[in-house]
Design a protein around this ligand. Structure first.
Ligand code: SF4
Ligand code: SF4
Length: 216
């Protein structure tokens, strides 16, 4: 499972960079490389694009995992080239941007939009698999998450709108509840579908500021 990203339009990136004429580029060797948004070739492509609009790239690197605290040491190793830059352009997910913003003594701008946590279905095709709701119900849905895979996030599906196993919102999207039904049937557990799931407590989800946990 990886963090899925897409590249922002170059116009938005140059607008963010504003008066920063000299830029240091950082890519990520994990999720952004798998998404083709922040690996070596994308970083070199971005270098060309920035130079084409008059920016000077003082240097670049692709760190192993941008969100890892070791990125601090990677920045220190490249201190000479980083120091010459007015800003860092992060071709990483938002976690990488925030990690670098903790350690760098200059502005860090995102070159990517962070979309969701997902997996690669086929080369270059990514699908969301978890919205990190904080109260996982996969035990009752045979490992298929209806919160992200059902267009209505139904806890008691199906809605009755699916056609030939596809969701009513698009023939390209498998109906999550059809998938759950099929898997329950294959496992001989169809009777579990008769249990009504009560209203959900969403307080564990993304409301009321950043979530925190202390692992004891
Ligand atoms: S129920 Fe919540 S934690 Fe579990 S897979 Fe779905 S979104 Fe993720
Ligand atoms: S057709 Fe299936 S996936 Fe689509 S909204 Fe209805 S239950 Fe959810």
């Amino acid at each position: 499972m990886i963090t899925i990203t897409e590249q922002k339009p170059i116009e938005e990136i140059t607008q963010s960079l504003g008066k920063a004429k000299k830029v240091y580029l950082v890519g990520c060797g994990t999720c952004a490389t798998i998404c083709y948004t922040g690996g070596k070739s994308e970083v070199l492509d971005m270098k060309e694009k920035l130079e084409a609009v008059g920016k000077k790239v003082t240097g670049w690197m692709v760190v192993p995992t941008a969100c890892d605290e070791l990125t601090k040491y990677a920045l220190e190793e490249q201190a000479g080239e980083v120091k010459k830059a007015d800003a860092i352009l992060a071709m990483t997910c938002a976690f990488g941007v925030q990690t670098m913003a903790m350690f760098a003594d200059k502005p860090v701008y995102p070159a990517l939009n962070t979309l969701f946590v997902g997996k690669e279905e086929a080369p270059g095709q990514f699908i969301e698999v978890c919205m990190q709701c904080g109260n996982c119900i996969l035990a009752t849905t045979v490992g298929i998450c209806p919160l992200v895979r059902c267009a209505k996030s139904l806890l008691n599906g199906p809605c009755g709108g699916s056609v030939e196993g596809k969701c009513e919102v698009s023939p390209d999207i498998p109906c999550a509840w059809q998938l759950i039904y099929d898997r329950l049937a294959a496992l001989g557990k169809l009777d579990e579908l008769e249990e009504i799931v009560p209203l959900r407590d969403w307080s564990t989800s993304r409301e009321g500021g950043p979530r925190r946990i202390t692992i004891g």
